[in-house]
Design a protein around this ligand. Structure first.
Ligand SMILES: *[C@@H]1O[C@H](CO)[C@@H](O)[C@H](O)[C@H]1NC(C)=O
Ligand SMILES: *[C@@H]1O[C@H](CO)[C@@H](O)[C@H](O)[C@H]1NC(C)=O
Ligand SMILES: *[C@@H]1O[C@H](CO)[C@@H](O)[C@H](O)[C@H]1NC(C)=O
Ligand SMILES: *[C@@H]1O[C@H](CO)[C@@H](O)[C@H](O)[C@H]1NC(C)=O
Ligand SMILES: *[C@@H]1O[C@H](CO)[C@@H](O)[C@H](O)[C@H]1NC(C)=O
Ligand SMILES: *[C@@H]1O[C@H](CO)[C@@H](O)[C@H](O)[C@H]1NC(C)=O
Ligand SMILES: *[C@@H]1O[C@H](CO)[C@@H](O)[C@H](O)[C@H]1NC(C)=O
Ligand SMILES: [Zn+2]
Length: 892
């Protein structure tokens, strides 16, 4: 899924390793995929109602029968489907929204079998005249075996068709069914989204298939490598428009409208999409050789919110065509913004679906960050049109290839359309540091899983589902990428890519690597985590160690590589002397690292996926350099020094006061990246201490003054994009630490904003907002957690929210049955500041109350909150005095 399935900003990208002539560049791409937990509808209803008779449903004990295994057998291969669907946008007499469908699939028999297994879940089938749930016909003069028996295997989500005799190898057959299903509001499969326009309720029928919901819409071979062509037809009421992956070919008016679409490319089921809506669109001018349409609610489109997306899409597609050296394979590119959407966006081939926030940009109310989000989501999804859709992972365990590659390419394409933003610098900032955060826990996991470790729909969901999810991807410089992609491995596994890379490396004598691509990469993708490299400049020794943020954490997963990596170390000595060196063992000695006068800095521009520690003397020399002339050190590394230091301190590897001292030079710093790094790391201090206590060292005054200066007394936008971001840090840090003039300024801005109805859609007080948050008519389900957690972020809001949740959790759980994500994200957001015994007791009591009730709640989330609170109490007791002493010294 795109930034897909859960929005997630893809986070984490590392470029590592420069070959001798810099001919080969290996990028380790780390992507953290933040995502909400999607409700998984595996609990199929018992007994599916068939129009005429009840369908046999079986939930047998697990056996060795083919239908009890989750993976499809390899006996049958689909070729094409003919699917007609009719979503009803008004409820039936029982109050249910449904869709009806007719579907046929042509498949070829590859291995003799008398069994047809095809995915189907929560669909009710019409019986044929022969009293079966499907009809089988032989093609090309072949006669089809008669059906012996048909049933539904609920657990594995199969329709099972037992035949009287065997299918013939090499022959093709046509399997036809008629069925209906619910057009529910659960944001998966074929679902409905609702909104009001001019006080009239409108219903949209739309889809989200990835990863395993196509089977909830029509019977299909629902695995990514089971690619086929889809001929789709939609029936829909007059006044609505129907869209799908292919272009609309014809509209016929029967009693309803019938729209037939051009056949799709040969593609995976998870990329299918259909939408029926009253949306309107804006489109590219006729001279563009690809028809580009941006669809959405009439109001949004008419108020120009789709303009930015339309402006950037054509250049992005052109950039990507050039990048992949492959023309855009479809005749059109539709992008549609849906009022209800679980993920950030979904890369359905030819019809990309978005959450409104990921496609619409309104210059009146959207921030820079919103605009950047829009452009990076669009580039991410469009990057999938080639990598992901044209070239697809063979199975879900290699999902990281799809997502890692798309995330990486999204930055290149965004940089192309917004060249003044320096967005590639942000990539390191936004991604590497966040990837480090999740990957330094013992609960992390290797990037790549074995194919047989990801089998059930639940396990597949988990891949997107892990709250954050880190990935490493390797690529070589441009010509290598092209080699990879133009070879179009139709269904890829990562080892195919390594092979291609190795061929290129072997053919080029100027590329020197210490080991094969396979050996280098296996260490990064088959074991979790990453190293901290310690350089002792007194002796020239270099050591690597698995970096774990909790010092007492115990790793209980064995690794074939013993938690050692092949680490490409780039370094800079006193600003001039540069070099690179591969660390291939746990410890090594490397003479050029030895120095007792120069400072030495490693991991230049954070191109490697590792943290760095030094001997105390070198730390002192680096600090001296930062405090005298920080500009000698590259800006990305100034951010990284701060981030490494704070994390090494949290891991008990260096002294916390050393970490705090890396922020002292910020007095002179004007750049966004180091400031952002400091702000992020000091967040924990702001959580654990009173804001006034952290006032001393932060020195936000000079930055505030600087911005006042370059904005002509806050009347203009800072000219550079990065400065526009940093202005937010300047003002928020200044106000947090009590810089004079700051609160007056922001109060004035707030008054202006409140007065302007264009920019302020709410203008409501907090507790009202909270009440709204449990009313789905006012705030959409998808946004509730955000709404509540935002309020909890506020010092005054936090206790209100905690009381509110404790008083209303039964109601919350009952009405929003989307289970664990809702309560999990919520509990974490509300309790992160907890650091006293009293708060710990409250939490424990809350846990007992819930455990005693009959409600399902994410108990693990509560356990984690209790763990975090205990860790906070411990941190305060161990560090508070030392930190306070240091802070007091600074303010003297
Ligand atoms: C399918 O049949 C089951 C069992 O009769 C019923 O509960 C369910 O509502 C039906 N679904 C639809 C969409 O009609
Ligand atoms: C499927 O639909 C296509 C396009 O409408 C048509 O040419 C083909 O004959 C159909 N196949 C079957 C088996 O009905
Ligand atoms: C889209 O492009 C047009 C023409 O260049 C420009 O006038 C308009 O401001 C752009 N809109 C946005 C939102 O970028
Ligand atoms: C791009 O593709 C064309 C045609 O497939 C091929 O001839 C050309 O060499 C490719 N260019 C690069 C840079 O690989
Ligand atoms: C580091 O990145 C900056 C841009 O932020 C670039 O100008 C510089 O050349 C890079 N340095 C190295 C050694 O790659
Ligand atoms: C950390 O440094 C401070 C000040 O230099 C010192 O007082 C303290 O003992 C050090 N703590 C540790 C654990 O080394
Ligand atoms: C800056 O703006 C504020 C508020 O508009 C005003 O009170 C102040 O006099 C201005 N200062 C300067 C130096 O222009
Ligand atoms: Zn994606």
């Amino acid at each position: 899924m795109g930034k897909g399935f859960y929005i997630s900003k893809p986070l984490g990208f590392v470029l590592f390793g420069l070959g001798a002539g810099a001919v080969l560049t290996i990028f380790a791409l780390s992507v953290v995929y933040v995502q909400e937990k999607r409700k998984n509808e595996v609990n199929a209803r018992d007994g599916t109602r068939i129009v005429t008779t009840a369908a046999p449903h079986r939930t047998s004990a697990p056996s060795n029968e083919a239908w009890d295994k989750y993976r499809l057998p390899d006996a049958l291969l689909p070729e094409y489907y003919n699917v007609t669907l009719w979503p009803r946008l008004v409820p039936d007499e029982e109050g249910m929204y449904i869709f009806t469908g007719k579907s046929g699939v042509v498949f070829t028999c590859l291995k003799e079998t008398n069994l047809i297994l095809i995915h189907s879940n929560e669909l009710n089938f019409t019986l044929t005249s022969e009293m079966h749930h499907a009809k089988l016909t032989g093609l090309g003069g072949t006669s089809a075996p008669a059906i012996l028996e048909t049933w539904f295997q609920t657990q594995t989500q199969f329709m099972v068709i037992q035949l009287k005799r065997k299918l013939q190898v090499g022959k093709s057959y046509w399997l036809y069914t008629e069925f209906h299903g619910e057009l529910s509001d659960n944001l998966g499969g074929f679902y409905r989204s609702e909104y009001t326009e001019n006080d009239v309720k409108k219903v949209v029928a739309t889809t989200q298939m990835q990863p395993t919901a196509a089977r909830n819409v029509f019977p299909c071979f629902d695995e990514p490598s089971m690619k086929a062509v889809f001929h789709l037809t939609l029936l829909h009421p007059p006044g609505t428009v129907a869209l799908s992956n292919g272009m609309e070919l014809e509209n016929i008016v029967i009693s309803v409208l019938q729209t037939r679409f051009e056949p799709t490319e040969k593609m995976s089921t998870y990329l299918l999409a259909f939408v029926v809506s009253e949306f309107t669109n804006i489109r590219s001018p006729p001279e563009a050789n690809i028809l580009i349409r941006i669809w959405g609610r009439r109001e949004a489109i008419e108020s120009c919110q789709g303009d930015y997306a339309l402006n950037v899409t054509f250049p992005i597609l052109k950039y990507l065509e050039n990048y992949y050296n492959t023309t855009y394979p479809l005749s059109k590119s539709d992008q549609i913004a849906l009022p209800d959407f679980a993920a950030g966006a979904m890369e359905n081939w030819g019809l990309v679906t978005y959450r409104e926030l990921s496609l619409f940009y309104d210059p009146k109310v959207s921030s820079n960050e919103d605009k950047e989000w829009v452009v990076t989501v669009i580039t991410h999804e469009l990057a999938h049109m080639w990598f992901g859709n044209l070239v697809t992972m063979r199975w879900w365990n290699d999902l990281w290839l799809n997502e890692g590659f798309a995330s990486y390419v999204s930055y290149l394409a965004a940089d192309y359309v917004e060249p003044t933003w320096n967005i590639k610098d942000l990539m390191v900032q936004q991604q590497v540091q966040k990837a480090f955060d999740v990957d330094s826990l013992v609960s992390s996991h290797p990037l790549s899983s074995r194919e047989d470790e990801v089998i059930t729909p639940d396990q597949i969901d988990q891949l997107f589902d892990t709250i954050t999810y880190s990935k490493v991807f390797i690529m070589c410089q441009k010509q290598l990428e092209i080699t990879l992609l133009s070879s179009v491995v139709f269904n890829t596994v990562y080892t195919d890519l390594w092979k291609k890379l190795q061929e290129v490396v072997d053919a080029d004598s100027s590329i020197q690597l210490p080991a094969s691509i396979n050996e280098i990469m296996n260490r990064w993708i088959l074991q979790m985590g990453f190293p901290v490299v310690t350089i002792d400049t007194r002796t020239g020794s270099i050591t690597q160690q698995h970096f774990l943020i909790h010092p007492e954490a115990v790793v209980d997963k064995p690794s074939d590589y013993n938690y050692e990596w092949f680490v490409p170390i780039t370094w800079l000595k006193s600003g001039s002397n540069m070099g690179q060196h591969w660390l291939l063992t746990k410890t090594a000695s490397y003479e050029p690292m030895k120095t007792d006068t120069d400072w030495l800095l490693a991991n230049l521009n954070v191109t490697g996926y590792y943290r760095v520690n030094y001997d105390p003397q070198n730390w002192e020399r680096l600090l001296t350099q930062l405090n005298s002339d920080h500009k000698v050190i590259p800006v990305l590394n100034r951010g990284q020094i701060i981030d490494d230091a704070f994390n090494l301190a949290r891991a008990d590897i260096i002294n916390i006061t050393l970490a705090l001292r890396t922020t002292k030079y910020l007095y002179e710093e004007k750049e966004y990246i180091p400031w952002e790094s400091a702000v992020r790391n000091l967040e924990y201090f702001f959580l654990m201490f009173d804001r006034t206590e952290v006032y001393g060292p932060l020195q936000a005054q000079p930055l505030f003054d600087h911005f006042k200066d370059i904005t002509s007394n806050w009347t203009q936008k800072p000219p550079r994009y990065m400065d526009q971001y940093n202005q937010i840090n300047a003002v928020s840090m200044a106000c947090k630490t009590g810089v004079k003039g700051c609160s007056e300024l922001t109060r004035m801005w707030y008054r202006q904003w409140m007065k302007n109805p264009d920019t302020n859609p709410y203008g409501k007080c907090f507790s009202k907002y909270l009440e709204y948050s449990i009313d789905p008519n006012l705030i959409r389900k998808q946004d509730i957690t955000y709404a509540i957690v935002y309020i909890a972020d506020n010092v005054i809001g936090q206790p209100l929210v905690w009381d509110f949740v404790r008083a209303n959790w039964e109601h919350i759980t009952k009405d929003f049955d989307d289970g664990s994500f809702f309560s999990g994200g919520l509990i974490n957001g509300i309790t992160k500041k907890f650091s006293t015994e009293f708060e710990l007791q409250q939490l424990q009591r809350f846990k007992e109350d819930i455990a005693a009730s009959s409600f399902t709640f994410d108990m693990q989330a509560i356990e984690r909150a209790i763990e975090q609170t205990k860790a906070n109490i411990k941190w305060i007791s161990e560090n508070k005095a030392q930190v306070m002493n240091w802070l007091i010294e600074q303010s003297d």
